[in-house]
Design a protein. Sequence first.
Length: 167
Amino acid sequence: MEALASHLVGTAIDDPATAKAARSGAIRTKAVAKRTTLLLVRLRFHILRSVGSDTRELLAEECCIVGFEGAAEQAAWLAQEQAEALLTATPDANISPEQSREFVGKVVAAASALAPWLDAFAAERAKALLAVHRQLRDESRTKGLKYDVRPQLPADVLGVYILLPAG
């Protein structure tokens, strides 16, 4: 299963014209009442682990689905659980490839409007990661160990998926 997933994602990135999976697209579905955009986002974090004067830097990554309703310039962001739940949405009507490109193109063109929210989301996830590391440190009763977590910005948007209301 892992090899199949790796192959599908790899071909979607390397050869989108022949890929069986896509990094972007649009569907009409009964799962939404308003135009909804899902973004597959990769977040990277620098974890600084210090013991005394010795500091080591680690890199961590996380992929998340985030989403918003409406146009990117006036995005009404969904709770992450809502966005993830929409991954199961099924197509209920056709949309032409030209329309799909147009909708995705609008989101890509408005990327700068999404950046502040994505940066804040990355900072929020960095705080959560730091809290986990601090909890582990406290539970292990390690003395003199300190952590700091910093998001590497900007976040990488790996996929753009538009869900349009059917009907």
